[in-house]
Design a protein around this ligand. Structure first.
Ligand SMILES: [Mn+2]
Length: 294
């Protein structure tokens, strides 16, 4: 693991890795993107935007960067396909888990989650996966690959119980699989109509510990248009942050990935949102531990 210059580290801070609680792994890979490619530029745009993010969390009123954040060098993409990327990502994330640290994988397209989830299966006993996404991602295979972004949750459900939040687009093929356990699905519409009720329902089904996989297209395209397959009717900022805060307050969140930022040149708001969301996750997850809580 080699270091990045401070200019390309998350928030522009770079704690030595031994002392960091959070390790950020940029994976600029998007070769399974089906509509608008460009998620390969996501990590760089997010990291660049993060240099201007206010470190102080106005909500919990503390500076979450104090937990120590270290950003690794971006994982070099392999053109041979997602299957070759999976073990590379798995090894790096497993190393972060084994060091007792909190991994944050920055995609790249959503297929980068597959390697991270394999590391999760090796490191944690019976973890749950909480997916934020517009799409069900439950195809058995897509365009000849079972490791496509469109198959991420089909792979995840082979190993973990999963709850899917923000969903509003799926195929006929995925429909039956999605509704196998309706209590584990919170549609975007439901979350938007009553964020508090949605949070209560989420907490009534979600186990512990929890890994978060955030496909940014779960958010509404009015605030996050910079993504490969935008879908109308998504989550708003306060809906999503409320859900994440409630989860982090009551569950052990062990890691996360944030994928599918496909920057629009000259339009920085989505990049900034993504950077702020990563800092919110760190704030919510570590605030309790920092206060001496569980
Ligand atoms: Mn998606």
């Amino acid at each position: 693991m080699s270091d990045l210059p401070a200019a390309l580290s998350f928030l522009g801070v770079q704690e030595p890795i031994e002392r960091a609680a959070v390790v950020v792994l940029p994976v600029p890979y998007d070769l399974t993107t089906t509509y608008q490619p460009g998620a390969r530029f996501g990590p760089r745009a997010l990291l660049t935007a993060s240099l201007n993010v206010e470190l102080f969390d106005e909500e919990l009123r503390w500076d979450p960067s104090r937990v120590g954040i270290h950003t690794l060098e971006p994982l070099e993409p392999l053109a041979v396909g997602p299957q070759a990327m999976v073990p590379l990502i798995r090894e790096q994330v497993e190393e972060i888990f084994l060091a007792g640290k909190f991994p944050i994988v920055l995609g790249g397209d959503h297929s980068v989650s597959i390697g991270a989830l394999e590391a999760l299966a090796r490191r944690w006993e019976n973890p749950w996966v909480l997916q934020i996404d517009a799409h069900a991602d439950l195809r058995e295979e897509y365009q000849g690959s079972p490791f496509s972004h469109a198959c991420v949750m089909a792979r995840a459900r082979e190993s973990f119980p999963c709850v899917q939040v923000g969903v509003r687009s799926w195929s006929a093929e995925e429909d039956a699989a999605l509704w196998e356990r309706p209590e584990r699905v919170i549609l975007a519409r439901e979350a938007e109509e009553d964020p508090e009720a949605a949070a209560e329902r989420l907490l009534s089904v979600l186990g512990d510990p929890v890994y978060l996989t955030i496909d940014l297209d779960g958010l509404d395209p009015s605030i996050l248009p910079a993504t490969g397959t935008p879908e109308p009717g998504g989550l708003r900022w306060f809906t999503l942050t409320h859900l994440l805060r409630r989860v982090a307050e009551s569950r052990h969140v062990v890691g996360c990935d944030v994928t599918e930022l496909s920057p629009i040149p000259g339009f920085i708001a989505p990049d900034f949102l993504a950077a702020r969301l990563v800092l919110k996750v760190i704030s919510y997850v570590f605030h309790r531990r920092h206060q001496g809580g569980g």
